[in-house]
Design a binder for this molecule. Structure first.
Ligand SMILES: [Zn+2]
Ligand SMILES: [Zn+2]
Length: 283
């Protein structure tokens, strides 16, 4: 079960507040640690609303800066707040004159993460001898002020009446890889007409073009293999998933019939250069 990151963030902020209130300078580092965890929690929570668009390999990413950058790459407004309001259009397509707001959302965005996350981390290690020589002991008064600033920002994020606003236009197809056939979905940012997408299950790549009416055309990125027929200029376009030994091809131009197979080529030059990678064959 996925944890409630919002709840965990609130708990971390409460503990950080208690550490600051203790007045014990030696406990400031615990406040810094709790606030780092709170920043991680609110960022992971944000990422959850984009989970269908995040490649599996990226799930190992844990630094908030990288996670948020990933979200911004998917949707440029991912680290911005917003207001949700609704109203009845008197004329279809023309914004309603009267709008009712459901509330505003505050996000702990990329700029705040860059400003504070690493700075907190610098207080969680013993200063090196060089740091002690260059700048002396860590400035705990500065850390105290920074913690208060971050708590203020996180309070805003955690008290937002609406959160994880994530609107977008999407286009989806069934993956063209015959061994996959899962749904591939792509967010279509406004004003972009040429996009790329990849199937999160099998990795097959696609190019998308969006016309003026917002209609999407998906084209798979195919492997190009020149026909081996004598003086034939045909280039076979093959789905990456179909490029495997045993697959048969017939060229309609030269009439040649071919079969994809594995081949072994002489590797004398690189074997001499890199003997460590040699694999011995059995006699
Ligand atoms: Zn696929
Ligand atoms: Zn041919």
């Amino acid at each position: 079960m996925t944890p409630s990151f919002r709840h965990l963030a609130r708990e971390s902020v409460d503990r950080a507040r208690a550490e600051l209130a203790s007045g014990d300078r030696a406990r400031l580092k615990f406040a810094a640690l709790e606030l780092r965890m709170a920043i991680e929690s609110v960022t992971y929570e944000r990422a959850q609303s984009y989970r269908d668009e995040i490649p599996q390999a990226e799930y190992r990413t844990w630094q908030p800066k990288k996670v948020m950058q990933l979200l911004v790459d998917i949707e440029p407004r991912a680290d911005k707040g917003g207001i949700i309001a609704y109203g009845i259009e008197e004329v279809p397509g023309v914004a309603a004159k009267e709008m009712t707001s459901l509330g505003a959302e505050q996000v702990f965005g990329l700029r705040a993460i860059k400003a504070h996350y690493d700075a907190l981390g610098s207080y969680l290690h013993m200063p090196t001898l060089k740091q002690l020589e260059d700048v002396g002991q860590p400035d705990l008064a500065k850390l105290h002020d920074r913690c208060l600033t971050i708590i203020g920002l996180l309070d805003g994020v955690l008290s937002s009446p609406v959160f994880n606003i994530n609107f977008g236009s999407f286009s989806s197809i069934e993956c063209m890889n015959p061994d996959c056939r899962k749904t591939v979905r792509r967010r279509i940012p406004t004003g972009q007409s040429a996009l790329s997408a990849a199937c999160l299950d099998c990795g097959m790549d696609y190019k998308l073009s969006v016309d003026a009416d917002g209609q999407c055309v998906w084209r798979p990125v195919l492997e190009e293999v020149p026909c081996p027929g004598p003086s034939c200029e045909v280039v076979f376009k093959i789905l990456p998933g179909e490029l495997k030994a045993g697959r048969r091809l017939v060229c309609h131009a030269c009439g040649g019939r071919f079969q994809i197979g594995l081949a072994l080529f002489s590797d004398e030059a690189s074997a001499v250069a890199d003997p460590a990678t040699q694999v011995q064959g059995t006699p």
